[in-house]
Design a protein around this ligand. Structure first.
Ligand code: GDP
Length: 371
């Protein structure tokens, strides 16, 4: 598909050695909000694939290994917290949660989103009843929760069948909500599988909805690409390969997959060749970059933004002639991003719209076309 023509690394100190997110909270500390992180619940019937999703995306488990996972009997929590925008807790809830045993108020009160996983390869009628129960319970506790339905394991369905299954689940679940008198609840649907990039894409979309600064990030990316001759740019959380923002041009799966592959490649190569003599010095720092020329005349360009974030751009080879301009614009972009982080930290995640705009105005990018 593509030829790897050039790759460059400059050593330093950034990614953690195990490419993880650092310390975890005590698993036994019971369901409560911790450190003000947004809570995302993974719910659905037993064997629908909840634990597999969590392990594959956040713990780098290979999809085949999930075959040996044991069922979950209690709520398990995963802390997803990097230095910048991703700050949440993912709660993997046991199969058929009995709300007599679990306190709905406690679980849903500070929850940002409920992801309900439905096994599309199985009979899903019973799962739809549970979905209805979960959604109505959660909505009565917290009207701001977002409901995301993952029509999961679609790798086992024929192409035509995928859309048909999603349409059927969509129709039935909305009808059930209407019958129960909840006509104003919106459910979002995603076709997912752990065997391809669809699960990363779907989780990216779920998480983006929970980032209050998303419009600012998109604006910054738009300014960057318009002035640098870049076609598409993704801001990646490198550990999970979730993209927390992209410019406003449509995302096509192939571009996203290419960029994911590049992140994987960079992590693998830097893990092998990038380590300094001391094992305590990680392979990357803020000067790290990587460049891949594809034989289609396209360039993939990765620049690390901070410890966990990387910008991955797709652009035409001709537009890369003025690499200096692109690099300069990237530095402006990174500085603006840091200002947004600072504002966010000061306001403890609430965001200050006026100040975000200010950081955009300060973005002193240079136009690649003008030279
Ligand atoms: P949980 O009980 O909901 O946590 O389900 P598990 O994560 O334990 O998964 C149950 C089974 O589904 C395991 O054998 C997984 O390998 C399988 N599984 C999970 N996700 C997928 C998927 O996307 N496609 C396929 N074909 N199987 C999957």
């Amino acid at each position: 598909m593509s030829s790897l023509a050039e790759e460059q690394f400059e050593g330093g100190d950034s990614f953690p050695k195990d490419f993880g997110y650092g310390s975890y909270d005590d698993e036994n500390s019971g369901p409560q909000v911790q450190n003000g992180k947004t809570r995302i619940l993974l719910m659905g019937h037993r064997r629908s694939g909840k634990t597999s999703i969590q392990k594959v995306v956040f713990q780098k488990m290979s999809p085949n290994e999930t075959l040996f996972l044991e069922g979950t009997n209690k709520i398990t929590k995963e802390d997803i917290a990097n230095s910048s925008f991703l700050q949440f807790q993912l709660w993997d809830c046991p199969g058929q949660m009995d709300f007599q045993d679990f306190d709905a108020d406690l679980i849903f009160a500070k929850c940002g989103a409920v992801i309900f996983v439905i096994d599309a390869q199985d009979d899903y009628m019973e799962a739809l009843n549970t979905l209805n129960l979960v959604v109505t319970k959660a909505y009565n506790v917290n009207k701001n929760i977002r409901f995301e339905v993952f029509v999961h394991k679609v790798d086992g369905l024929y192409e035509d069948n995928k859309m048909e299954t999603q349409r059927d689940i969509h129709q039935r679940s909305n009808d059930d909500l209407l019958d129960a008198g909840y006509d104003h609840i919106t459910l979002s649907f995603h076709l997912t599988s752990i065997y391809d990039h669809s699960i990363f894409e779907a989780l990216s979309k779920v998480i983006q909805k929970l980032i209050p600064q998303l419009p600012t990030l998109e604006n910054l990316l738009n300014i960057l690409i318009n002035n640098s001759g870049i076609e598409k740019a993704f801001l990646f959380d490198v550990v999970s390969k979730i993209y927390i923002a992209t410019d406003s041009s449509p995302v096509d799966m192939q571009s996203y997959e290419l960029c994911c592959d590049m992140v994987d490649l960079v992590i693998d190569i830097s893990g092998i060749y990038g380590l300094e003599e001391s094992p305590d010095v990680p392979a990357f720092d803020s000067r790290s970059s990587s460049l891949i020329k594809l034989n289609s005349g396209t360039i993939l360009y990765l620049r690390e933004v901070d410890r966990y974030l990387a910008l991955v751009c797709i652009l035409r080879e001709d537009n890369f002639e003025k690499q200096g301009v692109i690099n300069y614009n990237f530095l402006c972009f990174r500085e603006a991003l840091q200002q947004v982080f600072e504002i966010r930290n000061k306001s403890n995640g609430a965001g200050e719209p006026g100040s975000d705009t200010e950081s955009i105005e300060k973005l002193g990018v240079v136009n690649n076309h003008a030279g």
